[in-house]
Write a protein that binds this ligand. Sequence first.
Ligand SMILES: Cc1cc2nc3c(=O)[nH]c(=O)nc-3n(C[C@H](O)[C@H](O)[C@H](O)COP(=O)(O)OP(=O)(O)OC[C@H]3O[C@@H](n4cnc5c(N)ncnc54)[C@H](O)[C@@H]3O)c2cc1C
Length: 283
Amino acid sequence: MPDLAVDGEVFTPSSPGYDAIRRPVNAAFQDVRPALVVRCRSVTDVVATVRYAAATGQRLVPRGGGHCFAGRSSTDGIVLDLSGLDGISMADNRISTIGAGARLAQVYAALHAHGRTLPAGCGPTVGIAGLTLGGGIGLLGRVYGLTCDRLAGAQVVLADGSVVDCDHEREPDLFWALRGAGGGQFGVVTSLRFDTVPEPVTTRIEARWSDVAVDELVAAWQDWAPDAPDEITVNLTLESEPGAPVRATLFGATTLAEAPARELLRGLTDRPCELRGDLPYPC
Ligand SMILES: Cc1cc2nc3c(=O)[nH]c(=O)nc-3n(C[C@H](O)[C@H](O)[C@H](O)COP(=O)(O)OP(=O)(O)OC[C@H]3O[C@@H](n4cnc5c(N)ncnc54)[C@H](O)[C@@H]3O)c2cc1C
């Protein structure tokens, strides 16, 4: 069997720390026991691990934030843990290169320092790579689109161990496929280059009702939501438990100031609505 030499760490089932590192976030997949977990520190580590997996015939899955609902970053083969590749840099106060192991909280904090952001998701520990490769929906999405719409380029290690940079001009088919087809399909992404957007000030919207007339609220929502302006993104959630009244929650954010936001929501319903303004995105 070939040797696996990396700058990072290799965990086998007998290594200290194996149980902590092998577990993804989703409890449904926490019993999966990989033969190896490789915590990469460099692109060279990724190449070495991809080649090792090919030479030994083992299944390899990349893992960013480990939040996959379908368990696709878990395997009994090799988990390629990219959490060590989480550097974030900014060029010309606009284009940010983000390591594939970065989590959303790190991304927002680093971009905030430049007054920039991305239309990405809400979960602070969700990985930027898994989110972007699957599309990425967030509170700024109605203004700026999906997270993958802001992707300007990526570095990818292919199945043969070669390293390619792709964008609209270089390897355009690969670049197209990285924007929404899902993670783990076409190679291991080691970094993503984003065209960031100015960070807006937002108004957080949160309203809760525990004894509302649900049919009236839903009818008002369906009348209001399709034509709501792009500057506002809200979800209406209804929760039902046996023997308890239906609970309704309106949650979201808007780049409008508090007063016009209140006015806009009055068009949805005149029931009392709790709003907080002037919060930095993603509030
Ligand atoms: C609490 C929570 C909140 C969420 N909020 C949002 C939200 O607001 N908006 C939204 O759009 N989605 C949201 N999601 C869904 C989330 O975006 C997806 O589950 C996403 O795939 C998670 O990415 P990850 O890197 O954390 O997960 P992982 O499990 O690490 O990876 C997900 C998939 O991508 C692959 N992958 C990971 N890294 C790489 C890489 N570097 N190269 C190639 N393939 C890779 C994995 O193999 C796997 O197939 C949320 C999920 C959770 C659990």
